[in-house]
Design a protein around this ligand. Structure first.
Ligand SMILES: Nc1ncnc2c1ncn2[C@@H]1O[C@H](COP(=O)(O)OP(=O)(O)OP(=O)(O)O)[C@@H](O)[C@H]1O
Ligand SMILES: [Mg+2]
Length: 335
């Protein structure tokens, strides 16, 4: 069997604040295999970005992190800052929601790509790196790349800037791309174009991708596997079909019922009642319990266990094996 590229075990991420510890990621366990696209979904504040930033060690100072993260044989959480810098931007690269936070406004796009290349491999000449920058801009669909490579980020439209950031992220052929809501700041048509670019690039480079998104429609069309987060915990992990048609987790099901069907035929949307809990106090029992229509007494007191509910399909729910078949799980729907 193929070895995972990334293995995350018992990852906890907390922030020491004046009001107490905000537990933003709790007991997170997952793997990413070479070349696959793993989508991470879940409502705002569930810990998606915090998890990704902790993997990249881009977290703020007040962060308390425990657990194990193995990336391609490297112990990411315990390696020196220097070794981490060598891996970040070369073997693992991140694409952010807002390119302006990742790009430097005072350098041309070309210069920033050149810098990204040369900081990891000083044997590449400036000229060679510049030529590569033009090729990369072309690959991500920036028109007239030879001219536009000399322009500054503010001279690019939002969609073009996002393409430029993808170019920068893939400049050193990363084995893993982490894309955190790469298209939310863009309008719908440009979103689709940028996603297409991301996919072409991912297919071309063969890199694995962790795609963080709110957009379940996007997930259905672009990921191999999905994991669903709620209130700092990973609630369910599985293939697209397992999550969309065979979910064994009440939160996943509620999330799916709250969005239009991927085929646009969803009869009636049912929003999830209530709000996610505060992460400031330690969560007792299952965080989704107050909003869960299946909740039972055990859910109030016990942290929901991770239960294997199928091949490479896990659910964090005490009742995972007892839930009724999901709505719309008929054979016809799964096609
Ligand atoms: N530096 C910080 N200090 C304190 N709390 C933080 C900090 N960064 C994030 N949090 C909290 O951690 C929780 C998880 O945040 P995170 O940004 O990971 O959510 P998310 O799932 O990415 O949400 P979104 O979909 O809105 O991007 C939130 O409750 C957030 O307020
Ligand atoms: Mg986020």
């Amino acid at each position: 069997m193929t070895q995972p590229l990334l293995t995350v075990e018992n990852l906890n991420v907390g922030f020491a604040t004046r009001s107490g510890i905000v537990q933003a990621a709790t007991d997170i366990n997952f793997e990413i295999f070479p070349g696959e696209v793993l989508a991470v979904v879940g409502e705002s504040g569930s810990g998606k970005s915090v998890t990704a930033l902790a993997l990249m060690r881009l977290h703020p100072e007040n962060t308390i992190i425990t657990g194990n993260v193995n990336f391609d044989g490297h112990d990411l959480l315990n390696m020196s800052d220097r070794d981490m810098r060598a891996i970040r931007g070369s073997d693992v690269a991140m694409i952010f929601q807002d390119p302006m936070t990742a790009m430097n406004p005072v350098f041309s796009v070309g210069n920033q790509i050149v810098e990204t290349i040369r900081v990891h491999d000083s044997s590449v000449s400036k000229q060679e790196a510049w030529t590569k920058a033009v090729d990369l801009l072309k690959l991500v669909g920036v028109p007239e790349p030879k001219q536009r490579v000399s322009q500054y980020p503010h001279e690019y439209s939002g969609g073009m800037r996002q393409r430029a950031m993808i170019a920068m992220a893939i400049a050193n052929d990363p084995k893993l791309l982490i894309a955190d809501e790469p298209t939310t700041a863009l309008d719908v048509t440009v979103q689709a174009q940028v996603m297409e670019v991301l996919h072409e690039v991912q297919a071309e480079t063969g890199s694995a991708m962790m795609l963080i998104t709110h957009d379940l429609g996007l997930v259905a069309g672009s990921a191999d596997r999905v994991q669903v987060m709620y209130a700092s915990r990973l609630m369910e992990t599985g293939s697209i079909d397992q999550i969309f048609y065979e979910s064994q987790n009440p939160y996943t099901r509620a999330l799916l019922e709250s969005i239009p069907d991927i085929d646009g035929l969803n009869e009636e949307l049912s929003p999830i009642p209530g709000n996610p809990p505060s992460l400031l106090n330690p969560l007792v029992g299952c965080a989704f319990r107050p909003r869960c229509k299946f909740a039972q007494d055990v859910c109030a007191t016990e942290v929901p266990p991770r239960i294997s509910v199928g091949v490479n399909h896990t659910s964090r729910c005490a009742l995972a094996l007892e839930l009724p078949a999901p709505a719309g799980a008929s054979a016809g729907d799964a096609s």
